[in-house]
Design a binder for this molecule. Structure first.
Ligand code: AMP
Length: 579
């Protein structure tokens, strides 16, 4: 299906999904059998004594749960050029770099044709459901997609972000045509050497084809918001380019210049129209529908760590619907959004049972919560054994050499689509803020920031982005929250924000530690405008891609360069007096 260029038959895809999800348990067994048959000759599986068995019971008895750390020596041998069957039957020739914003450095994970196929399967599944509710035809899409730097590993394997590996694959283009969702920008823009230049030209191409644009997309919502924030800075320059038909001299990449020269013709009417529309907007509210009158929706991952950007995205979107995209990772896709009408805050993801073998570690084993969740011998359950309303850590077995791999995400079962669970993304499992008995996740931080940021939004300002760290150099140690704000706020308001943050971490361990001063007063550090842009530049410089970027929500002490960037940009800092 995916090699041919035919238009996706939406009804057929939905019917197939119905059939597969009605029989999710059998499909899971079948998927595991396929994975283990294809990879039975891999050293990793041979050493574990599977001896060709492919049933879930033997698999679970022989194969241990692992994290990326345990697999690193195997992946290292692969990237160093050892072409023996190490993790997979067929040698791995491509490596994906996960965005690495959580750990501070990108992780290497294997990528292969099967992973490509499953990626397209999930794209097509969610497209079918999306298109049933929000039909598009022969669409052009403004897609903020970028290629990361591609490089060769020591052993000569191609390495780049997972999305780059997908966009470079010829099957991707065919599938996009099949989904009638072609990117309006030429390849030279997507694969340009500098993401600032690519972003500028994506915006320009979007405007050249503005009547034809039927939706606006990026992998993660952050890069859509980032794109329109950039538009606020460069729109007049873009209008000049359109008026004169000449690309600004700031675009220096010859490949991009040459591709853009084929599209850009003097068009004073269009330039005037855009100028008029932009000048008429109040604080850029409703910018996207003004620019793209025929666009039907905005599409991208808007859940989890993307939620903080929703407010700004809604501001740009006006009345245009926001459709949240699927759930997956560089390690493999997991679940599709088959209820695209739900707002991002309520989005769930139906696990696609044939794209991998999934297990779930109950988060509240024995009812004792987090400690049990992090215990040494978790007891995972199968895809169809999960219970409504429960939270789990997700375990992935894929077609590219990851077996019983702890992805590190927590999900909650919100319902079932036939017999496959519909999951809500809860948070990354690791605690990000922890000094002694306190336990705060990325979600806890988000809730605290949301609460304190209300004091700023009352004044028509916003927290552009935020992160956190633990400062162990003081006695007692304390939490540091770092904010970038888009304007001037009085000292009194910021002091109140700082107190509010401190009070908003409601975890009992934090509150009791604060009361006895074994954790010191929370510190709010305000950084200069543009600091988070510098952090983004830093990660892209390490090999990340803009469309896969996630702001690190906690900076570990080992992440020296990022600590330095923040340290060098502090404007003011405040200590809480809340306790
Ligand atoms: P990466 O492989 O570095 O691009 O990041 C993968 C991680 O992004 C996942 O493990 C999740 O933590 C997060 N993620 C991916 N998709 C979603 C989603 N739909 N909602 C929330 N978080 C997501």
């Amino acid at each position: 299906m995916l090699d041919k260029m035919e238009v996706v038959d939406v009804e057929k895809v939905i019917q197939e999904f119905e059939d597969i999800t009605k029989d999710a348990e059998r499909v899971q067994r079948e998927t595991l059998r396929k994975i283990l048959e294809e990879n039975g000759s891999a050293e990793y599986l041979l050493n574990l004594g599977l001896n060709g068995r492919t049933d879930p019971e033997s698999f679970k008895a022989c194969v241990p749960l692992v994290t990326h750390k345990e697999l690193e020596p195997y992946i290292q041998r692969i990237t160093d050029g050892d072409s023996l069957p190490i993790l997979t039957g067929q040698p791995i020739t491509t490596i994906s770099l996960s965005s690495g914003t959580t750990q501070g450095k990108p992780k290497f994970v294997p990528f292969n044709d099967e992973l490509m196929e499953t990626t397209l399967q999930i794209y097509i599944t969610s497209y079918a459901f999306r298109n049933r509710d929000f039909p598009i035809e022969n669409a052009k899409a403004l897609q903020f997609i970028y290629s990361s730097k591609q490089f060769k590993t020591k052993g000569g394997l191609a390495a780049g972000t997972a999305t780059t590996n997908v966009y470079r694959n010829s099957k991707f283009k065919n599938a996009m045509k099949g989904m009638q969702s072609q990117c309006c920008s030429p390849d030279e823009v997507i694969f340009g050497p500098d993401f600032h230049q690519s972003l500028y030209c994506h915006l320009l191409c979007g405007l050249i084809f503005r009547e034809e644009i039927q939706f606006v997309f990026s992998t993660f919502a952050h890069s859509i918001v980032h794109a329109f924030r950039t538009f606020e800075q460069v729109w007049e320059e873009i209008c000049t380019d359109i008026r004169e038909g000449v690309l600004t001299s700031r675009i220096t990449a010859p490949s991009i210049r040459s591709a853009m020269s084929k599209l850009l013709k003097p068009n004073p009417e269009l330039a005037d129209l855009i100028h008029k529309k932009c000048s008429g907007l109040s604080n850029w509210y409703g910018l996207i529908p003004e620019l793209f009158p025929n666009a039907k929706y905005i599409y991208g991952i808007m859940t989890g760590s993307m939620e903080p950007y929703l407010k700004k995205l809604r501001h740009y979107a006006g009345d245009m619907p926001l459709l949240s995209a699927d759930y997956g990772s560089s390690e493999g896709w997991i679940a599709a959004n088959v209820n695209p009408r739900l707002p991002p805050e309520s989005t769930t993801f139906a696990v696609v049972p044939q794209i991998g073998y999934f297990e779930f570690i109950p988060r509240r084993e024995n009812g004792v919560g987090q400690e049990a969740f992090l215990c040494m011998e978790p007891k995972p359950v199968g895809l169809t054994e999960v219970k409504l309303g429960e939270e789990y850590e997700i375990i992935l077995t894929n077609f590219a050499g990851l077996y019983r791999y702890r992805l590190g995400d927590v999900v909650k079962v919100m319902g079932f689509y036939n017999s496959t669970p519909e999951l809500k993304f809860v948070c990354r499992a690791n605690l990000i803020l922890n000094i002694n008995i306190d336990k705060n996740t990325e979600k806890d931080l988000q809730l605290a920031v949301d609460e304190a940021a209300k004091l700023i939004t009352e004044r028509k300002l916003e927290v552009v982005d935020y992160t956190s760290m633990v400062d162990l150099s003081t006695d007692p140690p304390h939490y540091v929250i770092i904010w970038e704000i888009n304007g001037e706020v009085s000292e009194d308001v910021l002091k109140e924000c700082c107190n509010c943050l401190d009070r908003s971490f409601v975890d009992a361990g934090y509150v009791s530690s604060r009361k006895v001063n074994s954790i010191g007063p929370l510190e709010l550090r305000l950084v200069q405008r543009g600091t988070f842009q510098k952090i983004l530049d830093h990660y892209v410089g390490l090999g990340g891609a803009l469309n896969q970027f996630k702001t690190p929500r906690c900076i570990g002490p080992s992440n020296n360069l990022v600590v330095q960037i923040f340290g060098g940009n502090v404007l003011k800092s405040y200590f809480s007096t809340a306790f």
